[in-house]
Design a protein around this ligand. Structure first.
Ligand code: AOF
Ligand code: ZN
Length: 363
């Protein structure tokens, strides 16, 4: 076994709790002494013990002289819980192997300094790229106070997300649709435009055989056109927040609030201001948003340059039709040289569909 092997185990522990620790990062820790694992742990939920503390509890006295593998730099600050660097020092840990430094300005290298000052050997950057990918949401949120935005689309091979007549069930196969529910489970919020609510009356919940967390349902509705009997308003399966403008009807606004729906204004604009919406969501401790369309909303996020990640499912089907909607509507970009490119692309086969993941480069 090498450092990387133990770190991979720590990363697996963190991966398993991804999405349930928000707004905290997903962190895993493995303690090894003389080639034996003596403790392991993950941070399970905000407010609860950090990964290192969980692993130290399991190891007990065996922690003395052990090596700790941690996917994130141990914290040095008093947050909701006491500093992990102190705990590692107190338990006599000899070496700490870290995948990535903590981007939290309250920590940012201080954990490493504290450990080093206590005479502990510290190694950093082991499996760093994997750790950064794992905590892409946390990195964005802790440094900008705005949520990480993932736009998820599904389309036919000819680029359509519905037929010319509006039929869209289903574009992708069952496996891809199951993955989408796993994505919902891992996000703090799911966002759609009011047109999607009016035409599909979706529930926007997580439906997995073994259960999962429901994200907060966020609806963009510039003039409050939503129907009061929409399922997202009546089913009470998850909170629903509506983002609107001052142009909305005040009676409808009151009616919605009476129903227990939170309504936020992004100001007196002709459209909901995406940057303002993201700032407001950040204030509400929403660290990740899954945007599920429709095509106007997706393009509004594109024009606001507010997309961090794109996940696109492409189904091997053709429906044709000049008027059939595509995942990104609006006027669009004039010159191909100005197209938004995606970086760090990955391709996966999911059932009979292709999943393409990438990160827009905003230049
Ligand atoms: C660690 N190990 O397992 C986690 C860390 O409010 P608190 O006490 O939970 O602190 C949250 C901050 O601690 C969080 O923003 C991040 O900087 C760090 N998370 N650190 O050493 C862990 N979850
Ligand atoms: Zn900690």
């Amino acid at each position: 076994m090498e450092h990387r092997d133990y770190m991979k185990l720590a990363l697996q522990l963190a991966e398993a709790v991804r999405g349930q620790t928000s707004p905290n990062p997903a962190v895993g820790c493995v303690l090894v002494k003389e080639g034996r694992i003596v403790g392991m742990g993950a941070h399970l939920r905000v407010g609860e013990a950090h990964a290192e503390v969980q692993a130290l509890r399991m190891a007990g006295d065996a922690a003395k002289g052990a090596t700790a593998y941690v996917t994130l730099e141990p914290c040095s600050h008093h947050g909701r819980t006491p500093p992990c660097a102190d705990a590692l020092i107190e338990h006599g840990i000899r070496t700490v192997v870290i995948a990535m430094l903590d981007p939290n300005p309250l920590v940012a290298g201080r954990g490493v300094t504290e450990l080093t000052n206590a005479g502990i050997e510290v190694l950093t950057g082991i499996c760093e790229a994997e750790a950064k990918r794992l905590n892409e949401v946390f990195i964005k949120f802790i440094t900008t106070k705005k949520p990480f935005v993932t736009v998820k689309t599904a389309m036919t091979l000819d680029g359509k997300m519905a037929t010319y007549a509006g039929s869209s069930r289903w574009i992708t196969g069952e496996e891809a649709r199951l993955e989408v529910h796993q994505m919902r489970h891992k996000h703090d919020a799911i966002l759609v435009g009011v047109n999607t609510v009016l035409t599909d009356d979706p529930q926007l919940t997580t439906r997995l055989a073994l259960g999962g967390q429901n994200p907060v349902r966020v609806i963009i509705d510039t003039t409050l056109r939503i129907r009061l009997d929409a399922r997202v308003l009546t089913d009470k399966q998850a909170p629903t927040w509506i983002f609107t403008t001052e142009r909305a009807d005040s009676m409808k606004w009151e009616r919605l609030e009476e129903m227990g729906i939170r309504v936020f204004s992004t100001g007196n604009n002709t459209k909901v201001d995406i940057e303002r919406l993201l700032a407001l969501l950040g204030e509400q401790q929403i660290s990740s948003v899954l945007v599920e369309g429709g095509s106007q909303i997706n393009s509004a996020f594109l024009h606001a340059r507010a997309i961090d990640k794109v996940v696109s499912y492409v189904a091997p089907k053709l429906v044709a039709g000049q008027g059939a909607p595509t995942p990104f509507g609006g006027l669009g970009i004039e010159d191909m040289n100005d197209a938004i490119s995606l970086a760090d692309i990955s391709f996966e086969k999911i059932g009979d569909d292709i999943k393409i993941t990438g990160y827009p480069v905003w230049g």
